[in-house]
Design a protein around this ligand. Structure first.
Ligand code: 4AD
Ligand code: MG
Length: 479
């Protein structure tokens, strides 16, 4: 007999039918009621066992976390709490679980801290929270491909191993197969990477953007969706050393088009999650409501998770320039009362406290900041006519801070060359990037969405380590 998934049984219950389900025991009460989950949904199916009909030896093995196959007839439930239940006729114990072992793991049915769950990332998939988070993570990934596919974008695979440093931040992981004990040296004592595998020094990519630009200037509209790596030593709840980024790039788009695309895209993802992940979302929503109730009134969220998603979909993002944002900050009471830790003046790189003030206190909605000072942004961003700012845009989200970074790109060769010189970038190394500005160069623009930061927003999880299956952070690469 072919097994059926619990999600299908619950969504389209065929009362009276004989079915086979396979899954893991969440609970076994009164030697009679098994709650079984197979991962296809957050919901469990209740299976009812007439204990007089089964061997005690078998019943003993139906313990929390054990894997079982249950055959039976689906009937309308006698009790409250579920519409249907399975009247069990056959039990197969597929994989036993030792109760003593279960006791020391996250599978023990009680509330665990997220920190404890992180230490057991290999088992945390079995919990309701992480089941919900990773089913939603899947749905968001799918929605992103769907969004771009429906709009006629092409998915581009950019290299993970690269010789270029797109962001110019220099925080990269070196990839080499030289012998660390005895690397070939140049005369000046530095490592001679000409003898390395690729004949040059290479790193794990920090962004696929530069390559995406090459493709956009031929295919029109492309996007990347892949892993990116940053060796910044930031041990925060919003940084990973390995994260996933989505980078659309569109020929003929300017900064305004770029803002419109970002806003539409982020709204689409939020709507998709509401439309397609209702059970998981409502579980996470209720969980957050309970957690919030433990907090002092002034630390509670104003909106619930689902309300926040609706808010993003239904409200326009606030758009303002960097220069206007500095004015807003300087005129705030917060500033006058000297509550910002870092200084606020034109030219600073906005700190997370500044971004969060704008989003959470001042505007109370997603914000798109544009036209940043050239010095604090990457070399490829298009210079504005004022000569001081570039056509950059950052999208800031409540509770997250920066979720998207993007810009219109510098398409004018003379200015690009000057920018390389200003930023100390060897244009010879980037010959292939520069080359595209020689053959029908056009205005173009794009952005990067941090996938995990988006997942944080749509799940309400507050630590980025809890939205990626196996987080890589400083001093941590377990599993
Ligand atoms: O702002 P960033 O550095 O932009 C770029 O890399 C551009 N090349 C994008 C483009 O224009 N095509 O990174 C983009 C986004 C950030 O806004 C943030 O959401 C996320 O990537 N991000 C990180 N997420 C998790 N951990 C980190 N260490 C991150 N660094 C950036
Ligand atoms: Mg950025």
């Amino acid at each position: 007999m072919k097994r059926v998934k619990i999600v299908d049984v619950l969504n389209q219950p065929q009362v009276g039918q004989e079915i086979l389900i396979k899954g893991w025991v969440r609970a076994f009460r009164s030697n009679r009621f098994i709650q079984i989950n197979d991962g296809s949904t957050i919901n469990t199916l209740q299976a009812v066992v007439d204990f007089e009909k089964f061997d005690e030896a078998i019943l003993k093995k139906i313990t929390t976390a054990a894997a079982v196959g249950l055959k039976g007839i689906l009937i309308e439930s006698q009790g409250s709490g579920q519409a249907v239940e399975l009247q069990v006729t056959e039990i197969e114990i597929i994989g036993e679980a030792n109760p003593d072992d279960v006791q020391r793991t996250v599978m023990q049915p009680k509330k665990h801290s997220l920190e404890f769950l992180r230490e057991q990332a290999h088992l945390r998939f079995r919990t309701n929270v992480f089941g919900a988070v990773f089913r939603i993570r899947h749905a968001v990934a799918y929605s992103i491909h769907k969004y771009f596919n429906d709009k006629g974008f092409f998915y581009l695979h950019t290299p993970i191993i690269t010789g270029s440093d797109a962001e110019g931040a220099g925080e990269m992981f070196r990839v080499t197969n030289l012998d660390p004990k005895n690397p070939p040296l140049n005369e000046d004592g530095t490592v001679n990477y000409k003898e390395d595998f690729f004949g040059k020094a290479v790193n794990l990519t920090v962004s696929g953007q530069l390559e995406a630009e090459l493709a956009a200037l031929a295919l029109g509209q492309v996007y990347t969706f892949g892993p990116t790596f940053r060796a910044e030593n930031s041990n925060t709840s919003r940084h990973l050393a390995e994260f996933w980024m989505i980078e659309p790039e569109v020929a003929f788009n300017d900064l305004l088009d770029n803002m419109n695309l970002t806003e539409d895209f982020l709204k689409y993802i939020c709507q998709y999650v509401m439309d397609n992940c209702a059970d998981d979302l409502s579980f996470l929503n209720d969980r957050e409501v309970q957690e919030q109730a433990q907090k002092p009134q002034n630390e509670r969220n104003e909106l619930t998770l689902i309300e926040r998603l609706k808010f993003v979909v239904n409200n326009e993002f606030k758009r303002l320039t960097y220069t206007e944002a500095i004015d807003v900050l300087q005129n705030s009471n917060h500033y006058k009362k000297k509550k910002f830790q870092y200084e606020v003046s034109w030219g600073i790189d906005l700190q997370s406290e500044h971004e969060r003030y704008l989003v959470e206190k001042e505007f109370k909605c997603p914000v798109i900041l544009t036209n940043y000072p050239a010095e604090i942004k990457a070399f490829y961003m298009r210079q504005n006519d004022d000569g001081k700012t570039v056509a950059a845009m950052d999208v800031l989200f409540p509770g997250i801070g920066e979720i998207v970074g993007g810009s219109q790109r510098e398409e004018r060769m003379d200015i690009l060359k000057k920018k390389c010189a200003d930023f100390n970038i060897d244009e010879e190394e980037l010959w292939w990037y520069m080359d595209t500005r020689k053959f029908g160069s056009v205005p173009h623009a794009g952005f990067g969405l941090g996938f995990e930061r988006m997942i944080m927003f749509v799940t309400g999880m507050t630590n980025i380590r809890d939205v990626i299956p196996f987080p890589r952070t400083p001093q941590n690469a377990e599993f």
